[in-house]
Design a protein around this ligand. Sequence first.
Ligand code: MN
Length: 529
Amino acid sequence: MADKLAEYQRMRDFSATPEPAGHVVENTSGRLRFVVQRHRATRLHYDLRLEIDGVLVSWAVPKGPSLDPKRKALAVKVEDHPYAYGWFEGNIGSGYGKGDVVLWDDGWWEPDPAYPESADPAKAVAAGELKFVLHGHKLRGRYVIVHTGGRRKAGGAAPSKNDDDQWLLIHKNDDDAVEGWDPEDHPHSVLSNRTNPDIVEGTPGRWTAPTKAELQALDAIKDKGQWTVAGETTLLTNLDKVFMPGRAGAAGATAAPITKRDIIRYYAQIAPWMTPYLAGRPVNLNRFPDGIVGAKKGFWHKAVPTHAPDFIRRWPNPRASTGETRDYMLVDGAPALVWAANFAGIEIHPWTSTAANPEQPSYALVDIDPGPSTTWDETLTLARLFRVAMTQLDLVARPKVTGQRGIQIWIPIRSGYTFHDTSKFVEALSRTVGRVVPELVSWQWHKNERRGLARLDYTQNQINKTLVAPYSLRPAAGAPVSVPLEWDELDDPKLRPDRWTIRDVLPRLAKVGDPFVAIVGVEQDLPAL
Ligand code: MN
């Protein structure tokens, strides 16, 4: 089975490319995944990939796929790609395929039921003609891909530049056909809403906030009703239910209680700022279906429920073992955040790694976790020591307040590191800081052995261990927010770990912007300590 990917793996140096090494997976969802990636390599092309028998059978389509039946697109069959590649976008800095890749379209596909000879897709591809139906965001309807010339290439065969394995990709003249439809008119990623130049420049995606009219429509709904934001409709329920008491005296905040409508409105409006830290990453939700009124506890929810709408992008974790969550949600904009908020997912915790490369973290995380006797000044002392360390190590990083009592520091890293690497690095860094102020820090695992001292928790640097997302709400009176900071804000006497709430984060962003923009797309080596 693994031989199918031998050619793919032979052509790449996984210590240098951000692409996943991947492996053959077993399909348990019953739906076959397809993706199209827009790839600016030596020559621009689109890669069409169909999941067949645990890998992505792939064609490079120079002019791109279309909905126009009159466009017969040349497609060159290339090596099978691993299933994980279907979640990849990024910048391939060197080597084979050098260039930038966006996840241009995805969805599911099926053999065209009108043609029994396509019912076994592997056989149909081997015979040189596959008729299939795409159910994507951009591409929909019935297609045929047919071999026209050049040397036939089975998965695993060596590539040959002079003797391309040539096919034609054609959209049938069905109800989904659109004459004159040009893929170049639709350049944005379906995963991150970025374009190819955005990927190169390291720009966070451009996600849209709800329009004034959309917000008015939300206000006009009584306690329950359909709301359409950014083109997707969600049924909202219990809008006027109080989820949290207000917090009197907070800057800019009134003591008015916080309703589910407030929470949904917040997550819709924060989407352009928050989605860069969520896109392409599985998320865990901390749900409070009854709010925090009455001191009810929340619970972790990882699996996407079957009743979730189709626009929720699901990532089946191919490594999930029996009994483990398989289908995670990927947040790709305001509609997904609105759905999660209506699902009472008050707190959002993204993975440190992406769905394309779950074993490779993109950040090293420092978690300053105050103990019961740690004062805010002591927490700040610890954060400032990390600031000194970052300066001395010449590392770009930014802190954020958690919205509860702590401070976390995000250090962006290049691709290629493992969680073992980030965990070891943050442990060494934390122990160095801890040695400066041993009276403030405990290394005991058990809370009751820590004598009330702070913990510098490097153990969060692990797959599926998550910290609260930038701009996530926290379940407490006033709905405080985990807010990214500039380093010098640690010296602001007005700073508090829960200083900003649902009611004053957006005005702050309008005024000072998002300090974490400085860490998006930054690729750094972890220095030896
Ligand atoms: Mn390509």
